[in-house]
Design a protein around this ligand. Structure first.
Ligand code: ADP
Ligand code: MG
Length: 157
């Protein structure tokens, strides 16, 4: 379920999500389109993962990622949302997000309160930061996957 597909490389456009207010909680999540989600291994576990992410041909940053059930499709399809551990000056809807998922943190959970949810996510972020500094995860930051093909033009560059 969770580990045997890792590391998992994925690239796709950032689309509008469900407007669940992630940004208002201080943890915006860049959503992949339905087609990108459909390309994931069907047996990959839902839950919280970590890895590396890059917008367009920008810098590679640490990220936490949730694979969850998509409420738009009555929870029969998955959604994949990436929170990049970096402060961006602007939103990047429509841009190409490249990620490599390197590790798994925990399954999906329900929380009794918004505070409990936020502190769980903050713990996930701290765990991701620690794990990604370990050599086996750090090496994927430099992977050729993050270098876009020559001659490809990218917004803002
Ligand atoms: P939506 O429901 O449309 O996904 P969110 O509240 O989850 O809205 O915000 C996600 C959007 O915020 C992303 O699509 C991206 O354009 C922007 N964004 C800004 N900073 C980040 C970040 N650090 N990580 C992820 N997305 C970010
Ligand atoms: Mg989102």
């Amino acid at each position: 379920g969770a580990m045997r597909h890792l590391p998992y490389f994925c690239r796709g456009e950032v689309v509008k999500g469900f407007g669940r207010g992630s940004k208002e909680l201080g943890i915006p999540t860049a959503n992949f389109s339905e087609q990108v989600v459909e390309s994931f291994p069907p047996d990959i576990s839902t839950g919280i993962y970590y890895g590396w992410a890059c917008v367009g041909n920008g810098d590679v940053h640490k990220m936490v990622l949730s694979i969850g059930w998509n409420p738009f499709y009555k929870n029969i399809k998955k959604s994949v949302e990436t929170h990049i551990i970096h402060t961006f000056k602007e939103d990047f809807y429509g841009e190409i997000l490249s990620i490599v998922i390197t590790g798994y943190i925990r399954p999906e959970k329900n929380f009794d309160s918004l505070d409990a949810l936020i502190s769980a996510i903050q713990e996930d972020i701290e765990e991701a930061k620690r794990q990604l500094d370990l050599p086996e995860h750090l090496k994927l930051k430099e992977d050729n996957f993050f270098h876009l093909p020559e001659g490809k033009t990218v917004k803002n560059h």
